[in-house]
Design a protein around this ligand. Structure first.
Ligand SMILES: [Zn+2]
Length: 458
């Protein structure tokens, strides 16, 4: 008998964890952390394996924390000691991301204890940097397109085009062929190869983050907007602040700025990449040639570095970052986090928001309640580090630069597989319902929408 137990990532876009059991063996696909509102984050404190036992092996589709961030807990608290398989680039990215995540957990707990606002006394980290380093020791990098033996059968990773190292995982288990989409990326965008079609899967588990939505076109508008902003800050000596996710979005922005510079549409301005993790990730993006698309490869062969605008500078230390405060524009600062909730970007916003010559450009999804969302909604004042900051800078959104397939792209991906059965995961209720409706009309397939805790027998 073969079953899939849905431990997370069903009706939410975080906490992806799917346990496959087959004839007494088990493999966990993704080991994500729950993120977002408190009620969802609380789920991280429940032991998902209390009644069902630990898996014998873990496979990871890609490095994002909502797919991997529970792993150090699995190792540190649950004492998991089996193998963790992921693509080589994913292993590379996680060597930076998981210890960073552990450090944040420890800092948050220490801060809560200092302020005395935690409901737990004392507040504890979900895991520590040490746990993350221990987790890393279990990781094995695998190649794309090779069949690898796992306890429930065999597995194969293929390109997902979402972030560096991202994959769809196909599992042959108990006479079934099952493909887990991970997050599906986009076609024809810079740097990474396109998503590969799911091959001959009987059963497809597919993410539905952007069910019911389409990205308005695209890059032309965003490039146009970028050109206008560069023109503005050049004339006014302003500063463009881009809050960006370190992995993926940052590299695409660097690529596009370099491209606009080379085509003469924008002047070469100083660009400060002010995020140690984004600096590391950019280096990894450049190094993993196998994942690059044709344009990226051609540029590299011609000897240029496609991720390096002419006046790009890295700021590693906190002191270097602080020094940016005293600099006049025109210049660009790219810093994490993407929704301006943490990292170095709140400092830059505090410094630059009060002046109309400056511009803040958001890329990617801005969740409810974040500073990013508030600024895009037109807030006139915003609280940063306990101070009310007046907002007189121009606030814009660069929507086209997204890492997730929209509904049309998800349907395109499914159409290449023609599966017998589809399960929609990793989407809020209305997004899942919208995509389910679309699949019904396009393919006559009734998709299954599991809830957390459900067990499906294949
Ligand atoms: Zn992702």
């Amino acid at each position: 008998m073969t079953t899939i137990t849905f431990l997370g990532g069903t009706d939410t876009v975080t906490g992806s964890r799917f346990l496959v059991n087959s004839n007494g063996n088990s493999t966990l696909i993704d080991c994500g952390m729950f993120q977002g509102p408190r009620a969802i984050r609380q789920l991280n404190w429940k032991d998902p394996f209390a009644r069902i036992g630990l898996p014998e092996s873990v496979l990871l589709t890609h490095a994002h924390i909502d797919h991997t961030g529970y792993l150090p807990r699995l190792v540190g608290t649950h004492r998991y000691r089996g193998p963790v398989l992921a693509t080589k680039a994913t292993v590379d990215l996680l060597s930076v991301m998981l210890p960073d995540s552990g450090r944040i957990q420890e800092e948050d707990a220490a801060f809560a204890n200092k302020k005395g606002y935690s409901r737990h006394q004392p507040a504890l980290p979900l895991y520590t940097e040490y746990d993350a380093i221990e987790a890393q020791k279990l990781m094995q990098g695998v190649d794309y397109h090779e069949w690898i033996d796992v306890p429930v059968g065999r597995a194969r990773f293929s390109f997902a085009g979402h972030i560096l190292g991202s994959s769809h995982i196909t599992l042959e288990t108990g006479g079934h062929r099952v493909t887990f989409s991970g997050d599906v990326g986009r076609w024809d965008i810079p740097v990474l190869r396109d998503p590969e079609p799911p091959q001959d899967a009987d059963l497809l588990l597919i993410e539905s983050t952007y069910g019911g939505r389409s990205h308005q076109d695209p890059s032309d508008d965003a490039n146009e907007m970028m050109a206008r902003v560069f023109d503005k800050i050049s004339r006014t000596d302003g500063v463009l602040v881009i809050p960006a996710f370190s992995i993926g979005r940052t590299q695409e922005i660097l690529y596009r700025i370099r491209e606009l510079e080379e085509s003469g549409r924008i002047p070469s301005l100083p660009i400060y990449l002010d995020s140690p993790m984004a600096i590391d990730a950019t280096e990894m993006y450049a190094r993993h040639h196998q994942e690059h698309d044709i344009e990226m490869k051609a540029l590299e062969q011609s000897g240029s570095n496609p991720l390096r605008p002419r006046k790009l500078q890295f700021t590693h230390t906190v002191e270097e970052s602080k020094r940016l405060n005293s600099l006049r524009g025109p210049m660009v600062i790219i810093a994490a986090s993407g929704m301006a909730t943490a990292g170095r970007v709140p400092h830059h916003l505090k410094r630059r928001l009060p002046y109309p010559e400056n511009v803040v450009a958001f890329v990617g999804y801005q969740a409810e309640g974040t500073r990013g969302r508030k600024l895009l909604d037109g807030a006139e004042r915003i609280r940063i580090h306990g101070i009310d900051v007046n907002v007189r800078a121009e606030i814009i959104r660069l929507e086209a630069y997204s890492a997730h397939a929209d509904e049309n792209e998800l349907v395109r991906w499914v159409s290449e597989a023609k599966p017998k059965q589809i399960i929609l995961i990793h989407g809020e209720d209305d997004a899942r319902a919208a995509l389910a409706g679309r699949l019904r009309t396009e393919f006559g397939i009734e998709a299954h929408l599991p809830k957390r805790g459900d067990v499906l027998e294949l």
